[in-house]
Design a protein around this ligand. Structure first.
Ligand code: TXA
Ligand code: MG
Length: 339
């Protein structure tokens, strides 16, 4: 049975935090909010506690976890070196939606880093995460608290739907805020490399440390179909989703074409685009890219099998936080619709 605490973000209930911290200290898994998404936490120094995370999520063990700490001092206890560029990023953007990959000193259990000699570390800003980490007084390993393959959770409800009965506790403090995960930056080389775009944008990073590279693997699916048979297993909605560039005109054409083929179409689009479309089922995601980021994972969970046959989603500009949004949508979607 999963214990659930419903608390306020601004003044986290001290008893709930103490109970949750005690579960974590005793080797159990507890989900908690950060300003990006909910995490599924376990004591990062306890290998069997950490393996509870992989079990609950059904996550492959070769995908390393992020260690969460409350402060720069705690971060320094986990690494063998803090290069000047990493320190600058740390001082500028944390606490916040940034994860730094640094050389590990082996203080965390080996299954946190999947055996790598580097470790991803984040200092979250969310008051509940901060209080919990302080109360635990140790690093907490935490991936996003979704079943592997599903959209990341931005509300306690999402976590409950995926993990109730599989984890010891859930601290529910409502919606998270940023809505997409932290930016993961590898700082083990001379020039920082973005491994995953997220809440801190490439533009922000470059303003602080100059040149930042993007991992070549982030190049994306382009406007061509994925290889046939390639399954979507990340952030996947219940029904197939296609991305459509050129909203609103091309999106409307695609809606009409699918409707003529007797498909019930669910549409995800910015509020401005949504206002110009004719369709029975539209979820407006908000007026700017920050609002879209905050709304996107919830929206990906909204169209269930039975509500619609197919989702058509607006393709957003790959700038600012749009890079993170499109990185996730390209993983979630089957492919772009050709013109
Ligand atoms: O916003 C977030 O980052 C959320 C909250 C809970 O903090 N966490 C999160 O964790 O998204 P997860 O496990 O879903 O994603 C962690 C990402 C993965 O892409 C993983 O491959 C990468 O970070 N990562 C972790 N440690 C790494 C390492 N040592 N080297 C390279 N990549 C690493
Ligand atoms: Mg995840």
């Amino acid at each position: 049975e999963t214990k659930r605490w419903n608390i306020q973000t601004k003044q986290p209930d001290e008893r709930a935090i103490a109970e949750a911290a005690s579960l974590l200290q005793n080797g159990y898994t507890v989900s908690f909010p950060t300003e990006t998404v909910y995490g599924l936490g376990a004591d990062a120094t306890n290998a069997s506690a950490v393996s509870g995370i992989f079990q609950a999520k059904g996550r492959p063990e070769d995908n390393p976890l992020i260690a969460h700490v409350a402060s720069k001092g705690q971060l320094q206890n986990l690494i063998s070196a803090l290069p000047p560029v990493a320190e600058k990023l740390l001082d500028t953007f944390t606490p916040g939606p940034l994860t730094l990959v640094l050389s590990s000193n082996g203080a965390c259990a080996a299954n946190v880093t999947a055996g790598l000699d580097s470790i991803g570390i984040r200092i979250p800003e969310h008051p509940v995460a901060q209080s919990l980490l302080r109360a635990c007084d140790r690093p907490i390993a935490a991936p996003s608290a979704n079943l592997s393959g599903k959209p990341s959770p931005t509300t306690g409800e999402h976590v409950w739907a995926d993990l109730e009965g599989k984890i010891a506790g859930l601290i529910d403090a409502g919606p998270t805020g940023v809505g997409v995960e932290s930016t993961v930056v590898d700082c083990t080389q001379e020039i920082p490399v973005i491994l995953r775009p997220g809440g801190i944008t490439k533009e922000q990073l470059e303003e602080t440390v100059g040149t930042v590279m993007a991992d070549p693997a982030l190049a994306g699916m382009a406007d061509s179909p994925k290889a046939p048979g390639m399954k979507y297993t990340h952030y996947a909605p219940e029904i197939p989703m296609y991305l459509v560039a050129g909203a609103p005109a091309k999106l409307q054409t695609a809606i009409d074409r699918a409707s003529r083929n007797e498909k019930r179409v669910g549409v995800l689009a910015s509020t401005q685009t949504a206002e110009q479309l004719h369709s029975a089922r539209i979820i407006p995601l908000g007026e700017d890219l920050h609002a879209v980021a905050a709304a996107i994972y919830d929206a990906l969970r909204l169209f269930k099998d039975g509500d619609a046959d197919v989702i058509l989603c607006e393709a957003f500009p790959k700038e600012g936080i749009g890079r993170a949004i499109m990185n996730r949508l390209e993983k979630a979607a089957t492919r772009y619709l050709p013109d």
